[in-house]
Write a protein that binds this ligand. Structure first.
Ligand SMILES: Cc1cc2nc3c(=O)[nH]c(=O)nc-3n(C[C@H](O)[C@H](O)[C@H](O)COP(=O)(O)O)c2cc1C
Ligand code: SF4
Length: 550
C-alpha cells in the first residue's frame, strides 16, 4: 500500500485514509510504516495526524457513529441521538443542515430520527426554482441523470469548454474578468484576476486546487453541486487549467462527504475516457489531469494556506501571506485555489457569455450566489439567488417564512463567521455592500434561521465553542481569544457585571479582529459583536442569573 502511494502526488492524506479505512484507526505500526515510507519524522507525523478529528488512534475508531452537533442539529436533538447510539462521538457541522441529523458510520451517511433510528437518505436536491429569476448553477441540476457524462452533455454540459478551446487562453481570462465572477468560498476575490496572476506567474508546473472542504457550519451548497453536478466542477477545473497554464489539479474533499467521493471518482473516470482529462485535450497542446484528496476533519483546512499545507503532508497551519498561492501555492508553485461554486459557474459563463452572467444579478450586482438556508424556516435547502435579492424575499416568499406561530428572531451570515443579523438589519439585500454595512458579510452563503424560541446567548456560546475548538493555535490572539470569549459566553469565567462584561468582550473581540493571523480569528468576534448589538437584554438576563448560563 505504501509503495502504491509513494508514486502519487500529495500522498500523505491518501495513504493515511487508506490505512484508516482498512483498520478503522491508525495503529502505531501504520504510523511507523508511513513515517519510514514517505519519509516523514515520526514526531511530525504524530502531531499532524492527531490534529485531524477524523483519524482515530484506537478502536472502535471509524466504526463508531459520528453525530453532527452543529448549530441546527443541536437544536433538533443531536445530544439525545449521541446518548442513544453506542460509542457515538460528536462531529462538527457535517453539511446536511437541510436534513438534520446526519450520522456518519464508516463510509455512509445516515439521517437520525429523534428516537435515533438511522435511515440512509440520499443527498437532497435543491428545491424547484421558486422564482422567475434565471439560474446559472442550478439551471439543470435537477435534470434526471445530470451527474453522468451523458446527462451532463444532454443539457449543454462541456459546451463552454468546447467554445473556450477554440480561443486563446488570454480570451478566457478577459471573458472571466468581464463577467465579474468573484470567489464564492468566502473572500470574494475576483476570479479572472486570480487566474491572470497564475497565468503570468513565472514558476512551473502550475496547479488548480478545488476547495471542497465546506467546513463552515450551515454551509452545504458545495455538496449539492458535487453530488448532483460533478461534471460542472470538472469542466470548471479544466477551464481554469486552460486559462492559467496549469497541468495538474486536486479536489480537496471533506471526509464528511464519503458518498460524494464515489460520485466524483466516477465522473473523473468518465471525463478521462472522453479525453477531457489527460494529454492533448481537444487535440491541442493542452495537458491536464486531476485527482481527489480527502480532508480529515479540520475546519481550518478550508483556509487556502492551511489546505495547501495539508495537501503537501505538512502540519495544516495557515501560511503567512504574502507570498500568495497564485505565485507560491502547492509545492511553492503557482496555484489557483478556488471554491466548488466558483469553478462550477465558469462553464455556463463561457457558454452563455459574460454579459449574460453579469445580468443575472440585480442592480449593480453581477451574477448569482448559492445560499444554504437552514433552521427555523418551512422550506430549508439550497437556493440560487440573484445577488441583490432582499433577504426577506428569500426567507418568506421562497422558503415559506417562519414555522407556524413563530417569528424570525435572527439569522446568521456566512455560516457562523458573519455572526448574526436581526431587527431592522433583516431588511438587507443579499450582496456584500448591503451586508457589510451592517457589520457582517455574505461569505460562503450559509444562513441559519433562529426563531423567537431560541436563546441567542446559548447559540452564540456554541458558536464560539466551535471556533475555540477549531482554532489551529498558531497565533495567540485567536488561540486565547476564542477560549476567553467562549468562557464569557458560557459563564464559566469572566465578570458578571454587565458593563464590565460588555467592555471586556468588546476588547477581546477587537484585539482578535485586528491581530489574528487568518480569517478564523478575525471573523469569530462577529458572533459576540452582533450578540451585543442585537441581544443585550438576553445577555443581561444570563448575567443576572449565572446559574442559568449555558
Ligand atoms: C477559516 C477559514 C475556512 C475556510 N473554509 C473554506 C471552505 O471550506 N471552502 C472554501 O472554498 N473556502 C474556504 N475559505 C476561503 C479560502 O481560504 C479561499 O479564500 C477560497 O477557497 C478561494 O476560493 P474562491 O476565490 O473561489 O472563493 C476559508 C477561509 C477561512 C479563513
Ligand atoms: S487566527 Fe486562529 S486559526 Fe488562524 S492562524 Fe491564528 S490561531 Fe490559527
Amino acid at each position: 500500500m505504501i509503495a502504491h502511494w509513494q508514486e502519487k502526488p500529495a500522498p500523505l492524506l491518501g495513504l493515511l485514509h487508506a490505512l484508516h479505512d482498512r483498520d478503522g484507526y491508525l495503529s502505531d505500526e501504520s504510523l511507523r510504516a508511513v513515517s519510514e515510507g514517505l519519509p516523514i519524522p515520526l514526531a511530525d507525523l504524530y502531531a499532524t495526524v492527531t490534529f485531524y478529528h477524523h483519524f482515530a488512534r484506537t478502536p472502535p475508531g471509524q466504526r463508531a457513529p459520528r453525530v453532527c452537533t452543529g448549530p441546527i442539529c443541536s437544536q433538533r436533538g443531536a445530544r439525545d441521538v449521541l446518548q442513544a447510539l453506542d460509542d457515538a462521538q460528536e462531529m462538527p457541522c457535517a453539511g446536511r443542515c437541510d436534513h438534520p441529523i446526519p450520522v456518519l458510520v464508516g463510509q455512509q451517511v445516515f439521517t437520525a430520527a429523534p428516537d435515533a433510528t438511522l435511515s440512509p437518505i440520499p443527498s437532497p436536491l435543491p428545491p424547484i426554482n421558486p422564482s422567475a429569476y434565471e439560474e446559472c448553477l442550478f439551471a439543470h441540476i435537477r435534470d434526471a441523470g445530470r451527474h453522468t457524462m451523458a446527462g451532463y452533455r444532454a443539457s449543454g454540459g462541456y459546451r463552454g469548454l468546447e467554445k473556450a478551446l477554440q480561443k486563446a487562453p488570454g480570451d478566457l481570462l478577459v471573458l472571466l474578468e468581464e463577467s465579474r465572477l468573484a470567489g464564492r468560498g468566502g473572500a470574494g476575490f475576483p476570479t479572472g484576476q486570480k487566474w491572470r496572476a497564475v497565468s503570468e506567474a513565472t514558476g512551473s508546473p502550475k496547479f488548480v486546487v478545488c476547495n471542497a472542504d465546506e467546513g463552515e457550519p450551515g454551509c452545504f451548497k458545495d455538496r449539492a453541486l458535487l453530488d448532483h453536478d460533478p461534471h460542472a466542477l470538472i469542466e470548471g477545473m479544466i477551464l481554469a487549467a486552460y486559462a492559467t497554464g496549469a497541468t495538474s489539479g486536486f479536489i480537496y474533499l471533506r471526509y464528511e462527504y464519503p458518498e460524494t467521493l464515489d460520485r466524483l471518482e466516477t465522473a473523473l473516470e468518465e471525463a478521462r475516457s472522453d479525453g477531457l482529462l489527460g494529454r492533448q485535450i481537444g487535440g491541442k497542446d493542452f495537458h491536464f489531469d486531476l485527482c481527489i484528496r480527502r480532508g480529515a476533519g479540520a475546519y481550518i483546512c478550508g483556509e487556502e494556506g492551511s489546505l495547501l499545507n495539508s495537501l503537501e503532508g505538512k502540519h495544516p497551519y495557515p501560511r503567512n501571506r504574502p507570498p500568495f498561492p497564485v505565485t507560491h501555492g502547492f509545492n511553492d508553485c503557482p496555484t489557483a485555489v478556488n471554491n466548488v461554486e466558483t469553478l462550477a459557474a465558469v462553464g455556463p459563463i463561457v457558454a452563455n457569455g459574460a454579459e449574460w452572467y453579469r445580468n443575472l444579478g440585480l442592480g449593480e450586482n453581477a451574477g448569482t450566489k448559492l445560499i444554504s438556508l437552514s433552521g427555523d424556516v418551512r422550506r430549508p435547502g439550497n437556493y440560487e439567488v440573484p445577488l441583490g435579492l432582499p433577504l426577506q424575499t428569500l426567507l418568506n416568499d421562497w422558503a415559506g417564512g417562519p414555522l407556524p406561530g413563530r417569528q424570525i428572531q435572527a439569522v446568521t451570515m456566512a455560516g457562523l463567521s458573519g455572526g448574526f443579523l436581526a431587527e431592522k438589519d433583516l431588511e438587507v439585500t443579499l450582496d456584500d455592500p448591503s451586508i457589510r454595512a451592517c457589520g457582517s458579510f455574505l461569505g460562503a452563503g450559509g444562513i441559519m434561521v433562529f426563531d423567537d424560541r431560541r436563546d441567542m446567548v446559548d447559540v452564540a456560546a456554541q458558536a464560539m465553542h466551535f471556533f475555540a475548538d477549531e482554532s489551529c493555535g498558531k497565533c495567540f490572539p485567536c488561540r486565547i481569544g476564542t477560549q476567553r470569549l467562549s468562557e464569557r459566553l458560557s459563564g464559566t469565567d469572566g465578570p458578571s457585571a454587565w458593563t464590565d462584561w460588555q467592555s471586556e468582550v468588546e476588547d477581546i473581540g477587537s484585539a482578535m479582529a485586528s491581530t489574528s493571523a487568518c480569517g478564523l480569528g478575525m471573523a469569530a468576534p462577529h458572533i459576540t459583536q452582533s450578540l451585543l448589538k442585537y441581544f443585550p437584554s438576553q445577555i443581561q438576563r444570563h448575567l443576572a442569573n449565572q446559574q442559568d448560563l449555558p
